[in-house]
Design a protein around this ligand. Structure first.
Ligand SMILES: [Cu+2]
Length: 113
């Protein structure tokens, strides 16, 4: 019984915190990577339309990460090995991402509904 009360109190505290900080709770985040091998990834295959923060980890000096789709065309530098933070608006449709130098083998799709 005491455990149940404590759990309820913890849950209520968490709820109160979330109400106090809606921005943190509703943040839409994605993580994208390219390299170090011949791989390119996006952390989701499908997301709802909205404003997203995409952390792009460009881990190779022979690859880039290039995202295109409705209203968007953004790319990292091929030469740079760097983590980028992109704030983007994703609209309904199909977004494609590629590594430009190796687009035939390094590519993927992000659906936005
Ligand atoms: Cu590449």
């Amino acid at each position: 019984m005491r455990t149940t009360t404590a759990l309820f109190a913890a849950a209520f505290a968490a709820l109160a915190l979330s109400v106090g900080a809606p921005a943190a709770v509703t943040a839409n985040t994605l993580t994208a990577t390219d390299g170090p091998g011949f791989t390119i990834t996006m952390s989701a295959k499908s997301v709802k339309a909205g404003i997203y923060t995409i952390t792009v980890k460009d881990r190779s000096n022979i690859h880039d990460f290039h995202l295109t789709g409705p209203g968007l065309n953004k790319a990292t530098s091929v030469a740079a090995v760097k983590t980028y933070t992109w704030k983007v608006t994703l609209k309904r449709g199909t977004y494609k991402f590629v590594c430009d130098p190796h687009a035939s083998i390094m590519h993927g799709v992000l659906k936005v509904t």
